[in-house]
Design a protein around this ligand. Structure first.
Ligand code: B12
Ligand code: SF4
Ligand code: SF4
Length: 508
């Protein structure tokens, strides 16, 4: 280690020490032995060893040292490298900010703890944490703002808070998703994202949390169950039955309550606030399906479940009927273990997909997925896929309904996800008859609102067309005829297609 400390330490200590090669920087830590911090006498006199063991620091500049309750440093960390899982973020941050030398967050073993450190560089605040050993010489705990905790304790506490907030589980993972990058690149190269431009816009940032939010060293992942029907055995059959009622529109289970983006975001923010109250200010950002983040990959790495062959995350205790969310944090937390995968030889989700969107295990061509077609896709729905969509007018659940693990899907306790009136069992003519104002009113606070009235009519027109393939129904025909003059060409084209579906049934 080679370093330079030009520091002023309040509380009796002034230091201006040169740290030379092989000379332990005990001077940095000498203050500990002189402080009245409440630490017990049996705390060993410290050295820099725990620090150096994880941060292979080549050069350290500590121009200013300020001693508060424990120790806080405002300093610049020079050229350094450290645990391989963070090397990537080091480079990314350095590159992004145009640093001549990487500025890094310090990262220590999970058994080690940290106190606040703020690294000020070029007027930008690059927050990170200086980690101090817990078990090694602090009797397993560190005082921060008069509060004692260990990393493990904090994560256990997080789990409790998370439950209180309606999450089902939390996990923690690091920021290295480099092994997911080839899969992401391949998926984009094949054009599987269709016209979801936001999927390609940010390139590999999606797989690089520390590039998206510089300073991120850990990711807290959460999941939230959303099934609103009683999680009795057979809920899947109830949903399958809906698909056979061709005159009714089927809205995907996840979209029948309040928009999950809102529900999750508010609660993630509360969770972050609770952490702040506990450990003091720290750097973070909350996400749920709201930014370029590989949420499923983070979830899997943090033990929320395994990847099903339909690409969703599922778990033995909860199936896959849950949403994912994350808090990117600039503090190093102990990571949770991934779980083993339990798909075995099952391929039920692949087989049942109405549009064969799952080309192979873990390989989904979004352009064929009904969820994409009804929600994300703006233009005309490919004619060859329309008959395969049946009465699914918003999203699709088939690959989840067939999954044996979803017998164990859990019911959400949150009133937000309670099924709203008019979301199931509604005749297609009613849904198609909604004016724009009625559409906006009926979908207030719901994710459905995002697609807008035109796409809604497009989707329902296809469902009506498909119903007319199986039966004669003048009500449905009349509903279509009333939309023949719709000002939007997309709607008119789908109405025409739906009317022509009658002829196909008759074999003309
Ligand atoms: C884009 C998107 C879609 C697209 C594309 C879906 C997809 N599978 O990519 C469309 C519109 C089709 C879609 C549909 C749905 N979605 Co969506 N979607 C997303 C979004 C925004 C990004 C997903 C993504 O990154 N795709 C890009 C590709 C590259 O990712 P990938 O398929 O995971 O690719 C990886 C694998 O192929 C892997 N890989 C390659 N080979 C192999 C081999 C093995 C062995 C393994 C393990 C992996 C592997 O490498 C790739 C890189 O990691 C996420 C939110 C987010 N920000 O992450 C939600 C998200 C995935 N969706 C979600 C949901 C709920 C759905 C729907 C169920 C909604 C519905 N009912 O209609 C459907 C399900 C369809 C399905 N079978 O996936 C949830 C999933 C929750 C869960 N339990 O997993 C998410 C996480 C949103 C959230 N915050 O909760 N979605
Ligand atoms: S249906 Fe079968 S293959 Fe698909 S996710 Fe469930 S267990 Fe895995
Ligand atoms: S959501 Fe539906 S269309 Fe999409 S992959 Fe699953 S079964 Fe196929």
């Amino acid at each position: 280690m080679h370093g330079y400390v030009a520091g002023h330490i309040r509380g009796n200590l002034n230091s201006n020490y040169q740290i030379c090669h092989r000379r332990e920087s005990k001077y940095i830590f000498r203050p500990f032995s002189q402080l009245k911090t409440g630490l017990r006498k049996d705390v060993a006199k410290t050295s820099v060893i725990p620090f150096g063991s994880v941060a292979k620091t080549i050069k350290i500049e500590v121009p200013y040292l300020e001693l508060r309750q424990v120790v806080q440093f405002n300093h610049v960390i020079g050229w350094a490298s450290y645990r391989s899982e963070n090397a990537q973020s080091t480079q990314q941050v350095a590159y992004e900010r145009g640093f001549a030398r990487p500025k890094i967050p310090l990262y220590l073993d999970i058994s080690l703890l940290y106190v606040g450190l703020t690294c000020q560089t070029r007027g930008e605040q690059f927050r990170s944490r200086l980690v101090f050993p817990a078990k090694t010489f602090y009797n397993g705990c560190v005082k921060i703002n008069s509060t004692q905790f260990s990393g493990d304790q904090l994560v256990s506490q997080l789990q409790i808070w998370a439950m209180e907030l309606g999450f089902s589980q939390i996990g923690v993972t690091g920021v290295d998703l480099s092994t997911s990058e080839p899969g992401l690149i391949d998926w984009l190269d094949k054009g599987f994202h269709g016209d979801m431009a936001y999927m390609s816009r940010h390139g590999l940032k999606r797989a690089r949390p520390a590039e998206l939010v510089p300073g991120t060293v850990s990711v807290i992942t959460v999941r939230m169950d959303y099934l609103s029907t009683p999680a009795r055995s057979g809920w899947q059959n109830v949903e399958f039955d809906r698909l056979s009622k061709v005159n009714e529109g089927v809205i995907s289970v996840y979209a029948r309550g309040r928009d999950y983006h809102k529900v999750m975001r508010i609660r993630l923010q509360r969770l972050a606030d609770m952490i702040t109250q506990r450990i003091g200010p720290f750097g973070y950002r909350v996400f749920t399906d709201s930014a370029p983040v590989l949420e499923a990959e983070l979830a899997v790495r943090s033990g929320q479940g395994w990847r099903g062959k339909h690409t969703l995350v599922l778990d033995r205790d909860s199936g896959s009927m849950f949403f994912l969310g994350e808090i990117f944090v600039d503090i190093a937390l102990p990571t949770s273990e991934p779980v083993s995968e339990h798909c075995g030889i099952c391929t039920a989700c692949i087989g049942i997909c109405p549009t064969q969107a799952i080309l192979a295990p873990y390989k989904l061509d979004a352009r064929r997925c009904i969820s994409y077609l009804t929600i994300e896709h703006e233009g005309a729905i490919p004619v060859e896929l329309r008959p395969l969509m049946g009465n699914r007018i918003y999203g699709c659940d088939d690959c989840q309904l067939i999954c044996p693990w979803n017998k164990f899907a859990r019911r959400s306790e949150l009133p937000d996800f309670a099924e709203r009136a008019g979301m199931t069992g509604v005749h297609l003519t009613t849904l198609f008859g909604w004016t724009e104002a009625e559409f906006l009113f009926n979908t207030q606070g719901s994710a459905i609102r995002r697609i807008g009235h035109v796409r809604w009519l497009r989707n329902v027109a296809i469902a009506i067309g498909n119903a007319l393939r199986t039966q004669d129904d003048q009500l449905l025909v009349d509903a279509l005829l009333q939309r023949m003059d719709h000002p939007n060409a997309l709607v008119r084209e789908h109405v025409t297609w739906a009317l022509e579906s009658r002829a196909e049934r008759r074999g003309f």
